[in-house]
Each structure stands twice: as C-alpha cells, then as structure tokens.
Design a protein around this ligand. Structure first.
Ligand SMILES: C[S@@+](CC[C@H](N)C(=O)[O-])C[C@H]1O[C@@H](n2cnc3c(N)ncnc32)[C@H](O)[C@@H]1O
Length: 266
C-alpha cells in the first residue's frame, strides 16, 4: 500500500506481478488506516513488473536504430519534433500513460531515420516514471532535454500542435519544430490546454486537417504517438488522405454504419 499524496488516498496492489492496482479514498473521517490482506507490498509488485518489462524491453530493443542521434540532429532535412513534457499530470495513471506514449515514440524514432525528436522539460515525475517503467536510460533514438521548449528552440521556428488551433497545418517543413503536448485527456478532456500554453508563449499554433479530409471522424483529438506518426508520414511526402487512412483510429468508421443500420430498421 502506498500513499498518493492526498489525504487518506492510497494505492493497493491486487496482483504480485504489478498488473492491477486499486486506488482507495477513505475520506477525511476514516478512523483507521486501510489494512489490505495481501502478502506483498506495492513496491514488491512494482519491482516484479519492472523485472518482467525489462526482459521484454531487452528482447524488443535488440533491433537498434540505424542512425545515431547526432546524425539525425545534423541532418538539415530531418523532421524536427518535440514533445513538451512540462505539463503537470494529476494522477499516476496519467503520468504512466504519458510515459508509455513517449516510449511508443521512441519506437517510431527507431524506424524513422529522418526524425530528430526531443523530449523537452524532461525532468520530474514523467522522467521518473519513464525511467522506472520504460527504461528511458536506454532510449537512444530521442534527445531527452531538461530545458523547456522556449529554451531549447527559437520561438520563430516553433509550430505548436493543438486540436483547438484555428490554423490548419498543410505542409510539414524541415525548418520548423513541431511541438506536441505531453498531455493525456483523462481529467482534462475537452480543455484547450495546449492552445492556452502555445498562446501564452506566442507560438504559432496549428491543428491537423482532420475535419477537412475526414469530416465523418468523430474523435479528432489524437494521442501523442499518433500525431508523431502522422507528421512523419506527411514529411515522407505522403498525402494527408493516405496518412489518415493508415493512422486515424478506425473504430468510429466501423461504428457509424451500425448506428445507421439501427436507424433504418427502426
Ligand atoms: C491527447 S492530446 C491532448 C489534448 C488536449 N486537450 C490539448 O489541449 O492539447 C495530446 C497532444 O497531441 C496533439 N494533438 C492531438 N490531436 C491533435 C490534432 N487534431 N491537431 C493537432 N495536434 C493534435 C496536441 O499537441 C496535444 O497536446
């Protein structure tokens, strides 16, 4: 059992291999602490989970990236992408999810030789989560920079990606840095977090042209790794249609005909 930083809110591991956890909130009137009847601690379960994932990671990462980091960053034609990890996440689940998506992006960089990717403001809880659960010490295809986006790049080069921007992105240009917000929409769903952040620093802000090319798409707010894959596809010279065909979630497209069928049957 471990405290999560709020009064009487603790996390209990339900499995010794760290696969499932339960968060309990006893409220301020609780008279006694929670005493789960399990023979292992959250720390034991996390250590077991880390050991297992480390073996899986070693297996996966046998295929090394073809291109050194320095080569990526000195290539004038490389696509420059940054993930802004400065956002505060309000839960362990949100932090884990951001770290997992950063790990997915490392895999994308392994496959994309012409991708120069930086994780900005990479310090604090997300960096810890990434090290503990996703072995960030071994991430060799991305740059992990403790500096903020403002410190790491010239503001005139920055295009901050936000689903709420009014500018629609068309071309992807190697002279720019495309910044993706290190945010997961859990408690903050629907909030214009990245737009507010970009405006505060007077960054140019743009959204992907999903509505223009896929008007039937109901979910236009994508995960961090999906945005990176889309930018890579466009940078390789693919059309928006081809990239969206491959990278946009298919679920909504499959749901719609069922709904329409029900309406027709009624
Ligand atoms: C899960 S989204 C977070 C959405 C959040 N509500 C926000 O305000 O950004 C993660 C990041 O991916 C990028 N992103 C997601 N969908 C996008 C879209 N349709 N156009 C541009 N950027 C997008 C943004 O940088 C965003 O911060």
């Amino acid at each position: 059992m471990r405290a999560l930083g709020y009064e009487n809110v603790t996390e209990v591991s339900l499995c010794r291999f760290g696969k499932s956890f339960m968060t309990t909130a006893l409220g301020s009137t609780a008279t006694a602490p929670l005493e789960p009847s399990v023979a292992f601690t959250v720390e034991d379960a996390l250590a077991n989970a880390a050991g297992k994932s480390e073996k899986q990671w070693e297996k996966k990462s046998k295929k090394k990236s073809n291109v050194e980091l320095s080569e990526r960053f000195s290539n004038p034609d490389a696509l420059r992408v940054a993930v802004d990890v400065s956002y505060e996440q309000d839960s362990t689940r949100a932090r884990r999810s951001v770290a997992k998506q950063l790990c997915e992006c490392v895999g994308i960089a392994h496959r994309e030789d012409a991708l120069a990717m930086t994780y900005c403001d990479f310090s604090g809880p997300i960096a810890e989560e990434s090290r503990e659960f996703f072995f960030s010490d071994r991430w060799s295809s991305v740059k992990m920079d403790p500096r903020s986006v403002e410190e790491a790049f010239d503001a005139r080069d920055v295009v901050y990606m936000s689903p709420d921007a009014s500018e629609v992105l068309d071309e992807v240009d190697a002279s720019k840095v495309y910044v993706v917000g290190g945010i997961v929409d859990l408690a903050t769903r629907g909030m214009r977090t990245s737009l507010t952040r970009a405006n505060a620093s007077s960054f140019r802000c743009a959204r992907l042209p999903i509505r223009e090319h896929r008007p039937e798409q109901t979910h236009t707010v994508l995960n961090i790794d999906a945005v990176v894959k889309i930018l890579c596809g466009r940078h390789r010279g693919e059309s928006w249609d081809d990239v969206f065909d491959r990278e946009l979630p298919k679920r909504q497209a499959a749901e719609r005909p069922k709904r329409e069928r029900r309406e027709r049957l009624a």
